[in-house]
Design a protein around this ligand. Structure first.
Ligand SMILES: Cc1cc2nc3c(=O)[nH]c(=O)nc-3n(C[C@H](O)[C@H](O)[C@H](O)COP(=O)(O)OP(=O)(O)OC[C@H]3O[C@@H](n4cnc5c(N)ncnc54)[C@H](O)[C@@H]3O)c2cc1C
Length: 434
């Protein structure tokens, strides 16, 4: 089979692929110059919707409603858009072999693709309990959530196990968002995680106490300090029980596992420099291999603000890194340069009627402010992180767009603080006056 030739190939069809395609089109593209190759069957979409409105029992989000770039208030890129722009959208095609030196990609069905410039946008995959040999973890109705196919399977199970029992394994983003989604679908939900509180990588105990309280008020039972060590199934092979390390046995019709992800870099092993689990890039997302860029979850890049190299697995960075890489590719073709990537980390989540945002770095001492009583009708609270006498990170639950902008500015400007007590008293008004 003759190889298909492209000037640019984006490998992956997720968030960063979609934003990269839009940026290529903005910068000027000739028909047939760009291909997007994705193992998913649909055009790039805003992945965060999968754990939120996609699972709603009433008026759920469905494609084409959430194709990129609606998540950032931009134009919705339907499959027709790619056609109009002369971009080849090659779907349901998994690349299984990569030769970076030979500038060739090979698909599972043996098709070859050649490129001049490659943008790696393969994102992450979930960590599975079967990876650790957890007994019975291959039973039916044990779900993971990464791609739209996973969400469709979960939705089917939610329908067929009406008013059933669900166990969520893991207390991170996916665990918290899925716990809420299943509860909204009227399942009896229990959550299990080993840490002393949920989202320990970001939340302080004070922040977590609010969400755990709120979830308890919604009827979700949280079991902490233990892990799932095995599952039993019924005669149809469907999960029936979750066995915990502390000896507890939980009945379950549905299990959702959210125990983390890992960047999809295996295809490139030994061919490109890696660091901190990702593909190492410069401030333009250029890798150690000429004409190869890496963006989104897979990139380990210089985070200028903290003078450190990091990987960031969040949608805002996926969008912005993609745009930066394409601008850099186009500029270098014209012998020009662009500004270095200067990123302010931004994470967010939504569940039930709650919504939080975080900006900056969660290091140093912390100060909790506001009303974090989970029984309040309209709770609004936040936390500042203070390092070397300066505010370096800020979290806010229930903020208005202006208030969220204010905490973003604080994290960027890093104002000095004289007294933590005073900061706690001032709370949000400290951010509002920066
Ligand atoms: C359910 C869920 C909810 C999330 N919610 C939030 C949130 O609320 N806030 C937030 O900040 N972040 C959230 N995230 C994280 C965010 O979605 C990711 O950081 C972002 O999608 C990363 O973009 P990406 O383009 O690097 O990877 P992805 O969007 O994962 O795209 C990778 C693409 O590459 C394809 N691919 C991989 N390997 C191959 C191959 N070999 N051949 C062909 N195609 C391949 C995949 O099929 C996929 O289409 C969430 C993630 C998930 C899974």
């Amino acid at each position: 089979m003759a190889a298909k030739n492209f000037n640019y190939v984006i490998l992956g069809g997720g968030v960063s692929a979609g934003y990269a395609a839009r940026e290529f089109a903005k910068q000027g593209l000739k028909p047939g110059e760009l291909a997007v190759i994705s193992k998913e069957a649909v055009a790039p979409y805003e992945r965060p919707a999968l754990s939120k409105a996609y699972l709603f029992p009433e008026s759920p989000a469905r494609l084409p409603g959430f194709h990129v770039c609606v998540g950032s208030g931009g134009e919705r890129l339907l499959p027709e858009w790619y056609k109009e722009k002369g971009i080849e959208l090659i779907l349901s095609t998994e690349i299984v072999k990569v030769d970076l030196a030979g500038k060739t990609l090979v698909s599972g069905t043996g098709e070859s693709f050649k490129y001049q410039t490659l943008v790696i946008a393969t994102g992450s995959t979930v960590i599975r309990l079967t990876d650790f040999g957890v007994k019975g973890a291959e039973a039916k109705n044990i779900f993971y959530l990464r791609e739209i196919d996973d969400a469709d399977k979960l939705n089917e199970a939610i329908k067929s196990k009406k008013n059933g029992k669900a166990v969520i394994v893991g207390g991170g983003y996916i665990g918290l968002e899925l716990g809420a989604a299943l509860r909204i679908n009227n399942l009896d939900v229990k959550m299990v995680y080993p840490e002393p509180w949920c989202m320990p990588r970001l939340f302080t105990s004070g922040i977590a106490a609010f969400y755990e309280g709120h979830y308890a008020n919604k009827g979700i039972k949280i079991i902490k300090g233990t892990v799932a060590v095995g599952f039993t199934a019924n005669s149809d092979g469907e999960v029936k029980e979750v066995h915990l390390k502390d000896g507890t046995v939980l009945e379950a019709d549905i299990v959702v596992v959210g125990v983390g992800g890992r960047p999809l870099t295996t295809l490139f092993k030994g061919q490109v420099e890696e660091e901190k689990g990702g593909i190492k890039t410069d401030a333009f997302f250029k890798t150690s291999v000429p004409d190869v860029y890496a963006v989104g979850d897979v990139a380990t890049f210089p985070l200028k603000l903290y003078n450190e190299i990091r990987r960031v697995e969040h949608v805002d960075h996926a969008r912005k890194s993609a745009e930066q890489a394409v601008k850099a590719i186009k500029a270098s073709e014209e012998g020009k340069t662009i500004e270095e990537y200067d990123y302010l980390p931004f994470f967010y989540s939504r569940s039930f009627d709650l919504s939080w945002q975080f900006y900056g770095d969660n290091v140093g001492e912390t100060v909790l402010f506001g009303d974090n009583n989970p029984t309040s009708p309209k709770p609004k609270f936040g936390t500042y992180w203070i390092k070397d006498g300066k505010v370096v990170g800020a979290f806010l639950e229930g903020g208005s767009p202006e208030e969220n902008q204010a905490i973003a500015k604080v994290a960027k400007v890093q104002p000095p603080v004289a007294s933590l007590d005073q900061l706690a008293q001032e709370g949000l008004s400290f951010a509002s006056k920066i």
